[in-house]
Design a protein around this ligand. Sequence first.
Ligand code: COA
Length: 192
Amino acid sequence: MLHPDYPLATERLLLRPATAADIDDMHAYKSRPDVCRYLPYDPMSRAEVAERISGVWSRTELTEAGQALNLCVEEAASGRLLGDVVLFWRDAENRTGEIGYVFAPEAAGRGYATEAAGALLALGFEGLALHRVTARLDARNDASCRVLERIGMRREALHLQDMWFKNEWSDTAIYAMLEYEWRESVEAGVRR
Ligand SMILES: CC(C)(COP(=O)(O)OP(=O)(O)OC[C@H]1O[C@@H](n2cnc3c(N)ncnc32)[C@H](O)[C@@H]1OP(=O)(O)O)[C@@H](O)C(=O)NCCC(=O)NCCS
């Protein structure tokens, strides 16, 4: 079970559930083909973004495996919406979860995605007591691979042509971190 107190604060960011006030800012980046190039969906219309915000993205807690917690990421100093992140609770018995993130191109290159992804690991390991957190992505998504490596996740596998993705076969890279690795990094002062 995970019932976060919102907003979740990091050094420069606030993470919180989306509201109707986020529709336009979120649509601005989720409607872009370059942003969606490696995402498992096509550029979204404003109506699609609005529907998801009032639907699947409105969850504020995780009560059972199989659910996903989607959160907006805003710049604490300005209140500007930078992107959004997701924590999936995959399996209760094996205590596994998965993370994902999407940021507006205007927010790129400042370490915001790295900071938010680190907060997702904390939510998974501390909040949900997960044993293993993974990320899976198109192996060509170099910027995203670098985010995962910066937060200390290990590249465990490269699954060749396992996905028929946007009209071509694509390779999936699998990244992971285990609970004890998280603990060690916290104790070593690498994070938080
Ligand atoms: C994946 C994505 C979030 C990466 O964005 P990003 O801007 O590269 O990542 P960050 O915000 O963490 O910024 C990191 C960059 O800023 C630089 N940087 C500047 N200040 C920094 C700081 N304080 N801390 C960390 N990095 C910093 C880093 O060097 C890095 O650049 P580099 O990768 O060229 O070395 C972004 O490309 C995106 O949203 N893409 C579309 C959606 C997508 O593909 N999502 C992932 C699906 S798996």
